[in-house]
Design a protein around this ligand. Structure first.
Ligand code: ZN
Length: 255
């Protein structure tokens, strides 16, 4: 495995996905891994499913796919998210449902890589790995050197010290690193890492540009990439299908 692109949390935002895939192609990267939440919130869930289906070599299922497939799980969603899930369920066809069912809940690529949408272990508060406390728990949930997650829509890296299995890790043992557009984050050779590429279709770190990452497992680097896309086009699509206005507004500010 040389350089591989990692995308997550596309959320039915086709202009953001198209700009991201174009940027990946410009870099000459052939393989793309997807961490789920291809649908939900956005106006183009079907075209986004079709595009990741043809583009990605691994597809992990997110909680928004789960909520479309199993209405009972959508009950824990906030009202705006639930409206979008119910709308998404109505507009998708059987092929799209087949694609979501075919996604795996976790991908284990030997001793080097684990991919999961939210967290490799159940954590309190919905599996959001936002800080060292939740990351310390998550390090117990996988055996590989690296685990890549999405779900928070915020790019970040957590590093645990040398070869630790995760048992007995305290929050104070975890290093937290902000990821910066265009910079290659290198995790220590002897360490283990939890990495998050941010969100393609609904960034929440104050930067409205689409977010993805390029991982090089041989060199031990994870490089964040931010991509401009046509936000106004995504917003117009949301308005046209009548999805709630908070979903329109947040795209402009990346929140
Ligand atoms: Zn998401």
């Amino acid at each position: 495995m040389a350089k591989v692109a990692v995308i997550s949390d596309i959320h039915g935002n086709l202009p953001a996905l198209e700009a991201t895939v174009a940027a990946i192609r410009v870099e000459g990267i052939a393989e793309v891994l997807c961490l789920g939440d291809v649908v939900g919130y956005g106006a183009d869930p079907g075209p986004c499913l079709e595009k990741v289906w043809e583009t990605c070599s691994v597809l992990v299922r997110g909680n928004h796919e789960e909520a479309v497939l199993d209405p009972a799980t959508a009950r824990s969603f906030n009202p705006v998210a639930r409206v979008a899930i119910e709308w998404t369920r109505r507009v998708l066809d059987w092929d799209h449902f087949g694609m979501m069912k075919a996604m795996r809940s976790v991908f284990e690529g030997g001793d080097r890589l684990t991919l999961v949408h939210d967290s490799p272990v159940p954590t309190s508060g919905g599996g959001y790995l936002h800080d060292a406390r939740t990351a310390a728990i998550a390090f117990r949930g996988f055996d590989s050197r690296v685990c890549i997650v999405g779900h928070t829509h915020v790019p970040i890296a957590f590093v645990a010290p040398h070869g630790s299995s995760g048992d007995g890790l305290e929050p104070g043992d975890i290093e937290t690193h902000e990821l910066v557009d265009g910079e290659e984050f290198a995790w220590p050779r002897e360490g283990r890492a939890i990495l998050n590429p941010g969100s393609v279709g609904q960034p929440r770190d104050g930067d409205p540009r689409a977010s993805f990452a390029v991982i090089d497992l041989d060199r031990g680097t994870f490089g964040l990439r931010r991509v401009e896309y046509d936000v106004a086009r995504a917003q117009a699509s949301l308005r046209r299908v009548g999805l709630p206005s908070p979903l329109v507004d947040r795209l402009a500010i990346g929140a």
